[in-house]
Write a protein that binds this ligand. Sequence first.
Ligand code: PLP
Length: 392
Amino acid sequence: MAKKTRKFQDRTRVTTLGRDPHANFGVVNPPVYHASTILYPSYEALKNNDYPATPYGRMGTPGTLALEEAIGELDGAYGTRLAPSGQAAISAALLAVLKPGDQLLMVDSVYQPVRMFADTVLKRFGIEITYFDPTIGAGIADVMNDNVAAIFAESPGSLTFEMMDIPVMAEIAHARGALFLFDNTWGTPLHFKAFEHGADISVHALTKYVGGHADSLMGAISYTKAIVPRVEKTYRGLGLCIGPDDAYLMLRGLRTMAVRLKQHEAAGLEISKWLQGRDEVARVLNPALPDDPGHAIWARDFSGSNGLFGLELKEGTETQLAAFCDTLELFAMGFSWGGYESLIVPSDLVGARVATKDLPKGPLFRIHVGLEDPQDLIADLERGFAAFNAAK
Ligand SMILES: *Cc1c(COP(=O)(O)O)cnc(C)c1O
């Protein structure tokens, strides 16, 4: 196994974690092994469970184990398991900690497919789900029932980017004997240390900034020591595992993640500020902006932002919104984010919120600022707004 590298800064660690070149003929990157069956050298070795790395491909191969170790160390977790998507990591984490009759408190701005999973599958297994306003803070105590088992939070929230007071909520959860689960996809382990802020389980979609190239899906479930038995049994029982080629892509993405994030952050902030100066814009939803309502919490808990934020316009007809989006050349329309390319999608909150008091009222978009030159991106948005205004 690779050497522990906690003494180094994160920007160094992303280049070193999970690597052990001299165990692999000096080759710099961990190898890709395609394996389901792994052979034992003898009857005796099989009887003694004496295998080189794992007994079966589903339990990992050298490349997938290298990635698991790298992500776990970066997360600051006791252990990590990898799932075929961020969504799979989240549903497995929830199944690991809940039982029939439990109350699950879920932030209202949760990633929409997680809400769907809670409202269908978890409900069917007799779990009581209570959504809460992302800015509830210490008020979370008031919506807890005696059967509360876990809080699931995501900050900033999906689409609406509200910041949550995570340490306060984690503390209240623990005082009531409940667990605190956190979706750290936006923060990434580089910009938010979930376990230092009270998380028992941190999940994140590597699909976004770890992969970084719009070509691979994966999720991580990282956990503290106390959670090990529950996560392990659920993860293994569900048969979750990842493919060796995806692990290779994620390890490759990880090596450049710190420099990419810095650029996404700088360009994201530059374009956010430019958008704030436009007449058409009601609000830019980005906690890294000094006048954002969540800025103080973000500045206290996070060490950086990225290229993903919300854009609320004052008004606009469907024809104008279509003219805006269809004129953009560099901001393409498509889901997911975290790749090198810029994206824009209209955000539909209809039916997606039940507990949030303050919701954007104008047309809302989610923007991902990629690695293109910000000058070109601004010129692209200028052309988009010209078309928007001409379509009036
Ligand atoms: C994308 C995303 C996920 C899901 O990740 P997939 O790999 O696409 O399944 C979960 N949470 C958040 C906040 C996300 O943005």
